[in-house]
Design a protein around this ligand. Sequence first.
Ligand SMILES: CC(C)(COP(=O)(O)OP(=O)(O)OC[C@H]1O[C@@H](n2cnc3c(N)ncnc32)[C@H](O)[C@@H]1OP(=O)(O)O)[C@@H](O)C(=O)NCCC(=O)NCCS
Length: 207
Amino acid sequence: MQKYALETPRGTVYIEGPCPGDYLAKLTMNEKLTNFRPPAKQKNALIMITEMPAGMIYIARHEKEIAGYVTFHPSDECSRWIKHPRVLELGGIEISADWRKMKLAENLLKVSFQNLELENYIVITMEMCWHWDTRNTKLDIWAYQRVLTNLFGSVGMQRTPTDDPDIIEHPANVLMARIGKNVSKSDIELFESMKFQRIYNNAINFL
Ligand SMILES: CC(C)(COP(=O)(O)OP(=O)(O)OC[C@H]1O[C@@H](n2cnc3c(N)ncnc32)[C@H](O)[C@@H]1OP(=O)(O)O)[C@@H](O)C(=O)NCCC(=O)NCCS
């Protein structure tokens, strides 16, 4: 497990991972890690991800408490991307409201992307605005989108056009992707061919 000490105004935070499930089980979740689901449920979800093929969790830890995390896992069964053998999804990054704007997210990404295993994958993130914490951050969706595209851009992820229904459902949503150095040309071509499936044309043809 990789470990990096980050000095913050609230003390030393350790950025570490990939974390085994039994290690996560011994830690507590900060009570404000509520963006996706209540902290206890989210902790179980993190542990479950460590059991998935290629699943990885990196955390930002203060003493015995998880202050933030980032997840990597295979795409959902209903997603088009599950059909690609080399796509891995960065499913979520969350920093507790107690710990925001102290570079925890930036460092979580920096440390996790130092893992050479990620060079074997096309890492994607589906940024959907209904998951964004516009209330606590007081950012509008466009400013929030800018923060996220810059944040993910800091590790080489790039905005990627697609007609994935989850992305086109709202104009602020974005797909970002980073192609690892060891991904083969044929896997890159397959990814390219999957971006647009002309779902609406197909639906019209079907009628
Ligand atoms: C988005 C989020 C992960 C940022 O975490 P963070 O640890 O506060 O971010 P960092 O301190 O590492 O900041 C990274 C950059 O974003 C900017 N940023 C972060 N929050 C910001 C805010 N509220 N307003 C303006 N800029 C902001 C920082 O200024 C920094 O930019 P810089 O490098 O140019 O200075 C955090 O707000 C969060 O958990 N939100 C809820 C969950 C979420 O929206 N996740 C993303 C979708 S999966």
